[in-house]
Design a protein around this ligand. Structure first.
Ligand SMILES: NC(=O)c1ccc[n+]([C@@H]2O[C@H](COP(=O)([O-])OP(=O)(O)OC[C@H]3O[C@@H](n4cnc5c(N)ncnc54)[C@H](O)[C@@H]3O)[C@@H](O)[C@H]2O)c1
Length: 373
Protein backbone atom coordinates (compact mmCIF):
# COMPACT_ATOMS: atom_id res chain seq x y z
CA UNK A 1 0.00 0.00 0.00
CA UNK A 2 1.45 3.44 -0.87
CA UNK A 3 2.46 5.75 1.91
CA UNK A 4 0.25 8.71 2.72
CA UNK A 5 2.10 11.52 1.05
CA UNK A 6 2.36 14.85 2.84
CA UNK A 7 -0.63 17.04 1.92
CA UNK A 8 -0.27 18.77 -1.40
CA UNK A 9 0.93 22.37 -1.53
CA UNK A 10 -2.53 23.55 -2.47
CA UNK A 11 -4.15 22.22 0.71
CA UNK A 12 -1.22 23.02 2.93
CA UNK A 13 -1.97 25.55 5.64
CA UNK A 14 0.70 27.01 7.84
CA UNK A 15 0.98 28.96 11.02
CA UNK A 16 3.95 31.28 11.53
CA UNK A 17 6.49 28.50 11.18
CA UNK A 18 4.57 25.24 11.50
CA UNK A 19 3.02 23.47 8.54
CA UNK A 20 -0.04 21.27 8.53
CA UNK A 21 1.42 18.25 6.77
CA UNK A 22 -0.79 15.25 7.51
CA UNK A 23 -4.25 14.42 8.65
CA UNK A 24 -4.51 11.26 10.70
CA UNK A 25 -7.77 9.52 9.78
CA UNK A 26 -8.29 6.80 12.36
CA UNK A 27 -11.94 6.08 11.33
CA UNK A 28 -12.85 5.32 14.98
CA UNK A 29 -12.60 9.00 15.84
CA UNK A 30 -12.46 12.33 14.05
CA UNK A 31 -9.45 13.14 11.82
CA UNK A 32 -6.77 15.30 13.36
CA UNK A 33 -3.96 17.39 11.93
CA UNK A 34 -0.23 16.86 12.36
CA UNK A 35 1.69 20.15 12.22
CA UNK A 36 5.45 20.16 11.92
CA UNK A 37 8.07 22.91 12.13
CA UNK A 38 9.06 25.57 14.63
CA UNK A 39 6.80 27.77 16.72
CA UNK A 40 4.40 25.54 18.65
CA UNK A 41 2.89 28.53 20.47
CA UNK A 42 1.37 30.00 17.29
CA UNK A 43 0.50 26.53 16.07
CA UNK A 44 -1.37 25.75 19.29
CA UNK A 45 -3.32 28.96 18.86
CA UNK A 46 -4.27 27.88 15.33
CA UNK A 47 -5.73 24.53 16.42
CA UNK A 48 -7.33 25.75 19.66
CA UNK A 49 -11.13 25.59 19.74
CA UNK A 50 -13.14 28.41 21.33
CA UNK A 51 -15.20 25.91 23.35
CA UNK A 52 -12.09 24.86 25.32
CA UNK A 53 -12.34 27.42 28.13
CA UNK A 54 -10.00 25.49 30.44
CA UNK A 55 -6.56 24.09 29.59
CA UNK A 56 -4.37 21.66 31.53
CA UNK A 57 -0.76 21.89 30.39
CA UNK A 58 1.06 18.68 31.43
CA UNK A 59 4.84 18.29 31.20
CA UNK A 60 7.66 16.54 33.00
CA UNK A 61 10.39 18.14 35.10
CA UNK A 62 12.33 19.01 31.93
CA UNK A 63 9.63 19.87 29.42
CA UNK A 64 7.20 21.80 31.64
CA UNK A 65 9.56 24.74 32.11
CA UNK A 66 11.26 24.55 28.70
CA UNK A 67 8.19 24.19 26.48
CA UNK A 68 5.03 24.13 28.63
CA UNK A 69 5.37 27.63 30.11
CA UNK A 70 5.19 29.59 26.83
CA UNK A 71 2.19 27.53 25.75
CA UNK A 72 0.42 28.18 29.05
CA UNK A 73 1.14 31.90 28.70
CA UNK A 74 -0.44 32.06 25.23
CA UNK A 75 -3.49 30.12 26.41
CA UNK A 76 -3.97 32.61 29.23
CA UNK A 77 -3.73 35.43 26.69
CA UNK A 78 -6.50 33.68 24.79
CA UNK A 79 -8.64 33.98 27.92
CA UNK A 80 -8.33 30.36 29.04
CA UNK A 81 -8.18 29.26 32.62
CA UNK A 82 -4.90 27.30 32.71
CA UNK A 83 -3.71 24.64 35.15
CA UNK A 84 -0.03 23.65 34.81
CA UNK A 85 0.94 20.17 36.00
CA UNK A 86 4.33 18.53 36.19
CA UNK A 87 5.85 15.21 37.28
CA UNK A 88 9.45 13.90 37.51
CA UNK A 89 10.92 13.09 34.09
CA UNK A 90 11.47 9.48 33.13
CA UNK A 91 9.77 6.15 32.61
CA UNK A 92 9.43 5.38 36.37
CA UNK A 93 6.81 8.17 36.47
CA UNK A 94 4.57 6.47 33.90
CA UNK A 95 2.41 4.84 36.55
CA UNK A 96 -1.12 4.73 37.88
CA UNK A 97 0.15 6.58 40.97
CA UNK A 98 1.31 9.59 38.93
CA UNK A 99 -1.91 9.57 36.95
CA UNK A 100 -3.94 9.57 40.17
CA UNK A 101 -1.96 12.54 41.50
CA UNK A 102 -2.62 14.52 38.30
CA UNK A 103 -6.31 13.55 38.33
CA UNK A 104 -6.70 14.74 41.91
CA UNK A 105 -5.04 18.06 41.05
CA UNK A 106 -7.48 18.49 38.14
CA UNK A 107 -10.48 17.62 40.29
CA UNK A 108 -9.32 20.03 43.01
CA UNK A 109 -9.00 22.77 40.36
CA UNK A 110 -12.57 22.03 39.12
CA UNK A 111 -11.45 21.16 35.63
CA UNK A 112 -14.59 20.42 33.64
CA UNK A 113 -15.47 18.13 30.75
CA UNK A 114 -15.04 20.94 28.24
CA UNK A 115 -11.34 21.31 29.04
CA UNK A 116 -8.43 20.32 26.83
CA UNK A 117 -5.18 18.76 28.07
CA UNK A 118 -2.01 19.94 26.33
CA UNK A 119 0.63 17.21 26.75
CA UNK A 120 4.12 18.62 26.24
CA UNK A 121 7.08 16.28 26.11
CA UNK A 122 8.36 12.90 25.03
CA UNK A 123 6.55 9.59 24.88
CA UNK A 124 6.26 9.31 28.65
CA UNK A 125 4.33 12.59 28.97
CA UNK A 126 2.17 11.89 25.92
CA UNK A 127 1.27 8.32 26.98
CA UNK A 128 0.46 9.40 30.53
CA UNK A 129 -1.38 12.63 29.73
CA UNK A 130 -3.24 10.90 26.89
CA UNK A 131 -4.48 8.24 29.31
CA UNK A 132 -5.42 10.98 31.76
CA UNK A 133 -7.50 12.59 29.00
CA UNK A 134 -9.05 9.23 28.10
CA UNK A 135 -10.53 8.64 31.57
CA UNK A 136 -10.96 12.06 33.20
CA UNK A 137 -14.73 12.63 33.51
CA UNK A 138 -15.02 9.69 31.05
CA UNK A 139 -12.87 11.40 28.47
CA UNK A 140 -11.82 14.93 27.51
CA UNK A 141 -9.91 16.43 24.59
CA UNK A 142 -6.14 16.52 24.38
CA UNK A 143 -3.38 17.84 22.14
CA UNK A 144 0.13 16.42 21.79
CA UNK A 145 3.15 18.72 21.60
CA UNK A 146 5.97 16.25 20.92
CA UNK A 147 9.46 17.35 21.97
CA UNK A 148 11.56 14.17 21.55
CA UNK A 149 12.36 12.53 18.24
CA UNK A 150 10.83 9.29 19.47
CA UNK A 151 7.56 11.03 20.31
CA UNK A 152 7.52 12.91 16.99
CA UNK A 153 7.95 9.88 14.76
CA UNK A 154 5.91 7.48 16.85
CA UNK A 155 4.31 8.08 20.25
CA UNK A 156 2.43 11.28 19.38
CA UNK A 157 0.44 9.63 16.63
CA UNK A 158 -2.11 6.86 16.78
CA UNK A 159 -4.02 7.29 20.03
CA UNK A 160 -2.33 4.63 22.16
CA UNK A 161 -2.17 5.77 25.77
CA UNK A 162 -0.96 3.77 28.76
CA UNK A 163 0.89 3.44 32.02
CA UNK A 164 3.33 0.75 33.17
CA UNK A 165 2.80 -1.67 36.06
CA UNK A 166 5.18 -3.94 37.99
CA UNK A 167 3.74 -6.76 35.85
CA UNK A 168 4.90 -5.17 32.61
CA UNK A 169 4.87 -2.18 30.31
CA UNK A 170 1.84 -0.31 28.97
CA UNK A 171 -0.54 -2.90 30.45
CA UNK A 172 -3.20 -0.41 31.58
CA UNK A 173 -4.36 2.09 28.99
CA UNK A 174 -6.83 3.05 26.30
CA UNK A 175 -7.09 4.17 22.71
CA UNK A 176 -7.81 7.91 22.82
CA UNK A 177 -6.81 10.04 19.86
CA UNK A 178 -5.55 13.61 20.28
CA UNK A 179 -7.31 16.53 18.54
CA UNK A 180 -4.03 17.76 17.06
CA UNK A 181 -0.36 16.84 17.06
CA UNK A 182 2.43 19.44 16.98
CA UNK A 183 5.94 18.23 16.11
CA UNK A 184 8.31 20.88 17.44
CA UNK A 185 11.52 20.70 15.37
CA UNK A 186 13.22 23.44 17.41
CA UNK A 187 12.83 21.32 20.56
CA UNK A 188 15.11 18.67 19.08
CA UNK A 189 18.06 21.06 19.41
CA UNK A 190 18.07 20.72 23.20
CA UNK A 191 17.51 16.98 23.13
CA UNK A 192 20.47 14.96 24.51
CA UNK A 193 22.25 12.87 21.88
CA UNK A 194 21.24 9.64 23.58
CA UNK A 195 17.56 10.62 23.22
CA UNK A 196 18.07 11.37 19.52
CA UNK A 197 19.41 7.84 19.15
CA UNK A 198 16.37 6.41 20.90
CA UNK A 199 14.14 8.19 18.39
CA UNK A 200 16.20 6.87 15.49
CA UNK A 201 15.47 3.32 16.69
CA UNK A 202 11.76 3.90 15.90
CA UNK A 203 12.71 5.45 12.53
CA UNK A 204 14.64 2.26 11.73
CA UNK A 205 11.60 0.22 12.77
CA UNK A 206 9.35 2.17 10.39
CA UNK A 207 11.89 1.76 7.60
CA UNK A 208 12.21 -1.99 8.14
CA UNK A 209 8.51 -2.71 8.21
CA UNK A 210 7.39 -0.47 5.38
CA UNK A 211 9.85 1.84 3.67
CA UNK A 212 13.06 0.47 2.20
CA UNK A 213 13.92 3.89 0.74
CA UNK A 214 13.84 5.34 4.25
CA UNK A 215 16.16 2.53 5.36
CA UNK A 216 18.58 3.38 2.55
CA UNK A 217 18.41 7.08 3.45
CA UNK A 218 19.33 6.21 7.04
CA UNK A 219 22.18 4.00 5.81
CA UNK A 220 23.52 6.90 3.73
CA UNK A 221 23.74 9.28 6.71
CA UNK A 222 27.34 9.89 7.69
CA UNK A 223 26.61 11.29 11.16
CA UNK A 224 23.88 10.66 13.70
CA UNK A 225 24.93 13.43 16.07
CA UNK A 226 22.41 16.03 14.86
CA UNK A 227 18.63 15.88 14.58
CA UNK A 228 17.65 14.20 11.31
CA UNK A 229 16.27 16.34 8.51
CA UNK A 230 12.58 17.24 8.51
CA UNK A 231 12.22 15.17 5.34
CA UNK A 232 13.49 12.05 7.08
CA UNK A 233 11.29 12.66 10.12
CA UNK A 234 8.23 13.14 7.94
CA UNK A 235 8.93 9.94 6.00
CA UNK A 236 8.93 8.08 9.27
CA UNK A 237 5.77 9.87 10.45
CA UNK A 238 4.12 8.93 7.15
CA UNK A 239 4.59 5.23 7.91
CA UNK A 240 2.79 5.58 11.24
CA UNK A 241 0.02 7.76 9.81
CA UNK A 242 -0.67 5.30 6.99
CA UNK A 243 -0.83 2.26 9.26
CA UNK A 244 -3.02 3.92 11.89
CA UNK A 245 -5.47 4.95 9.14
CA UNK A 246 -6.06 1.37 7.99
CA UNK A 247 -6.01 -0.29 11.42
CA UNK A 248 -6.67 2.18 14.25
CA UNK A 249 -7.39 -0.42 16.93
CA UNK A 250 -4.56 -2.84 16.13
CA UNK A 251 -6.65 -5.73 14.92
CA UNK A 252 -4.34 -6.38 11.97
CA UNK A 253 -1.67 -4.41 10.15
CA UNK A 254 -0.95 -2.08 13.07
CA UNK A 255 0.64 -5.09 14.75
CA UNK A 256 3.56 -4.68 12.34
CA UNK A 257 4.54 -1.59 14.38
CA UNK A 258 5.35 -4.00 17.21
CA UNK A 259 8.44 -5.29 15.40
CA UNK A 260 11.08 -5.60 18.13
CA UNK A 261 8.60 -4.73 20.86
CA UNK A 262 7.82 -8.17 22.30
CA UNK A 263 11.46 -8.45 23.33
CA UNK A 264 11.81 -4.71 24.07
CA UNK A 265 8.96 -4.61 26.55
CA UNK A 266 10.26 -7.72 28.36
CA UNK A 267 13.74 -6.16 28.61
CA UNK A 268 12.33 -2.88 29.91
CA UNK A 269 10.31 -4.65 32.58
CA UNK A 270 13.15 -7.05 33.49
CA UNK A 271 15.56 -4.15 33.94
CA UNK A 272 13.01 -2.19 35.97
CA UNK A 273 12.77 0.46 33.21
CA UNK A 274 16.44 1.40 33.46
CA UNK A 275 16.74 0.42 29.78
CA UNK A 276 15.19 3.25 27.75
CA UNK A 277 12.42 2.31 25.34
CA UNK A 278 14.37 3.27 22.19
CA UNK A 279 17.41 1.27 23.32
CA UNK A 280 15.22 -1.72 24.14
CA UNK A 281 13.55 -1.49 20.72
CA UNK A 282 16.97 -1.57 19.00
CA UNK A 283 17.95 -4.72 20.89
CA UNK A 284 14.48 -6.19 20.40
CA UNK A 285 14.59 -5.68 16.63
CA UNK A 286 17.91 -7.51 16.44
CA UNK A 287 16.81 -10.47 18.57
CA UNK A 288 13.48 -10.79 16.75
CA UNK A 289 15.13 -10.42 13.32
CA UNK A 290 17.70 -13.06 14.29
CA UNK A 291 14.87 -15.36 15.29
CA UNK A 292 13.18 -14.70 11.93
CA UNK A 293 16.41 -15.61 10.13
CA UNK A 294 16.69 -18.84 12.17
CA UNK A 295 13.14 -19.76 11.15
CA UNK A 296 13.84 -18.98 7.49
CA UNK A 297 11.34 -16.08 7.47
CA UNK A 298 13.89 -13.26 6.86
CA UNK A 299 17.04 -13.24 4.68
CA UNK A 300 20.31 -13.10 6.66
CA UNK A 301 21.40 -10.07 4.64
CA UNK A 302 18.48 -8.05 6.06
CA UNK A 303 19.52 -8.91 9.64
CA UNK A 304 23.12 -7.90 8.91
CA UNK A 305 22.03 -4.52 7.54
CA UNK A 306 19.72 -3.85 10.52
CA UNK A 307 22.52 -4.66 12.99
CA UNK A 308 25.05 -2.56 11.07
CA UNK A 309 22.74 0.47 10.93
CA UNK A 310 21.80 0.30 14.62
CA UNK A 311 25.48 -0.05 15.57
CA UNK A 312 26.41 2.97 13.45
CA UNK A 313 23.67 5.02 15.07
CA UNK A 314 25.22 4.16 18.42
CA UNK A 315 22.36 2.10 19.79
CA UNK A 316 22.96 -0.98 21.95
CA UNK A 317 22.76 -4.29 20.10
CA UNK A 318 22.99 -6.81 22.97
CA UNK A 319 20.48 -7.63 25.69
CA UNK A 320 21.36 -5.92 28.98
CA UNK A 321 19.93 -8.78 31.04
CA UNK A 322 19.91 -12.56 31.10
CA UNK A 323 17.16 -14.31 29.18
CA UNK A 324 15.84 -15.83 32.43
CA UNK A 325 15.15 -12.35 33.80
CA UNK A 326 13.08 -11.36 30.76
CA UNK A 327 11.29 -14.68 30.19
CA UNK A 328 8.48 -14.22 32.77
CA UNK A 329 7.38 -10.99 31.07
CA UNK A 330 6.67 -12.65 27.71
CA UNK A 331 3.67 -14.41 29.27
CA UNK A 332 1.95 -11.12 30.13
CA UNK A 333 2.79 -9.24 26.92
CA UNK A 334 -0.38 -7.72 25.42
CA UNK A 335 0.11 -9.68 22.20
CA UNK A 336 0.40 -13.08 23.91
CA UNK A 337 -2.62 -15.11 22.87
CA UNK A 338 -3.74 -18.46 24.32
CA UNK A 339 -0.40 -18.62 26.11
CA UNK A 340 1.56 -18.25 22.86
CA UNK A 341 4.18 -15.54 22.54
CA UNK A 342 3.67 -13.38 19.45
CA UNK A 343 6.33 -11.47 17.50
CA UNK A 344 5.79 -9.07 14.61
CA UNK A 345 8.41 -10.10 12.06
CA UNK A 346 9.18 -8.51 8.68
CA UNK A 347 9.95 -10.73 5.69
CA UNK A 348 12.29 -8.34 3.85
CA UNK A 349 13.55 -4.84 4.42
CA UNK A 350 10.52 -2.62 3.83
CA UNK A 351 8.09 -5.53 3.45
CA UNK A 352 5.71 -6.85 6.06
CA UNK A 353 2.80 -9.09 5.22
CA UNK A 354 0.16 -11.18 6.95
CA UNK A 355 0.45 -14.98 7.00
CA UNK A 356 -2.81 -16.91 7.07
CA UNK A 357 -4.44 -13.64 8.04
CA UNK A 358 -2.10 -13.14 11.03
CA UNK A 359 0.25 -10.15 11.40
CA UNK A 360 2.28 -11.77 14.16
CA UNK A 361 3.90 -15.19 14.38
CA UNK A 362 3.85 -17.55 17.36
CA UNK A 363 7.29 -18.24 18.74
CA UNK A 364 8.44 -20.37 21.66
CA UNK A 365 10.55 -19.47 24.68
CA UNK A 366 13.18 -21.93 23.42
CA UNK A 367 13.36 -20.09 20.08
CA UNK A 368 13.67 -16.73 21.80
CA UNK A 369 16.41 -18.13 24.02
CA UNK A 370 18.38 -19.29 20.95
CA UNK A 371 18.06 -15.82 19.38
CA UNK A 372 18.99 -14.00 22.59
CA UNK A 373 22.77 -13.94 22.03
N1 LIG B 1 1.86 5.60 22.40
C1 LIG B 1 2.67 5.13 21.48
O1 LIG B 1 2.26 4.82 20.35
C2 LIG B 1 4.13 4.99 21.79
C3 LIG B 1 5.03 4.69 20.77
C4 LIG B 1 6.38 4.59 21.08
C5 LIG B 1 6.82 4.80 22.37
N2 LIG B 1 5.91 5.09 23.35
C6 LIG B 1 6.36 5.32 24.73
O2 LIG B 1 7.20 6.47 24.75
C7 LIG B 1 8.03 6.40 25.90
C8 LIG B 1 9.45 6.82 25.53
O3 LIG B 1 9.40 8.15 25.05
P1 LIG B 1 10.72 9.06 24.95
O4 LIG B 1 11.82 8.26 24.38
O5 LIG B 1 10.29 10.31 24.29
O6 LIG B 1 11.13 9.27 26.48
P2 LIG B 1 10.79 10.43 27.52
O7 LIG B 1 9.44 10.96 27.37
O8 LIG B 1 11.15 9.87 28.86
O9 LIG B 1 11.83 11.59 27.15
C9 LIG B 1 13.21 11.34 27.28
C10 LIG B 1 13.89 12.43 28.12
O10 LIG B 1 14.03 13.60 27.32
C11 LIG B 1 13.56 14.74 28.04
N3 LIG B 1 13.12 15.70 27.02
C12 LIG B 1 11.99 15.67 26.30
N4 LIG B 1 12.03 16.61 25.34
C13 LIG B 1 13.20 17.26 25.50
C14 LIG B 1 13.84 18.32 24.78
N5 LIG B 1 13.29 18.83 23.70
N6 LIG B 1 15.04 18.77 25.22
C15 LIG B 1 15.64 18.19 26.29
N7 LIG B 1 15.11 17.16 26.96
C16 LIG B 1 13.91 16.71 26.57
C17 LIG B 1 12.50 14.19 28.94
O11 LIG B 1 12.24 15.04 30.02
C18 LIG B 1 13.13 12.87 29.37
O12 LIG B 1 14.04 13.08 30.41
C19 LIG B 1 7.95 4.98 26.43
O13 LIG B 1 7.18 4.96 27.60
C20 LIG B 1 7.22 4.24 25.32
O14 LIG B 1 6.48 3.16 25.80
C21 LIG B 1 4.59 5.20 23.07
Amino acid sequence: MPLDAPRSQTTLTSTARMKHLFDVRPRVSEPYPVLCGEGPVDALHSVWRPEWRQAVVVGDSNTAALFGKPLALRLRELGCEVLELEFPAGEPSKTRATKERLEDAMLAARIERGACIVAVGGGVVLDLAGFLAATYLRGIAHIHVATTLLAQVDAAIGGKTAVDTPFGKNLIGAFHHPRAVLLDQAALRSLPLVELRHGLAECVKHAVIRDEMLFKSLERLTSFDDPPSAELILRSVAVKVAIVAVDPLEHGERRSLNFGHTVAHAIEAATNHTTAHGAAVAIGMIIEARLAVMKGWLPKDALDRIVALLERIGLPVRAPCAFDAAAPFFAIDKKTSEGRIQCALPEQLGVFGAHDGQWTRSVTLAELLRAWT
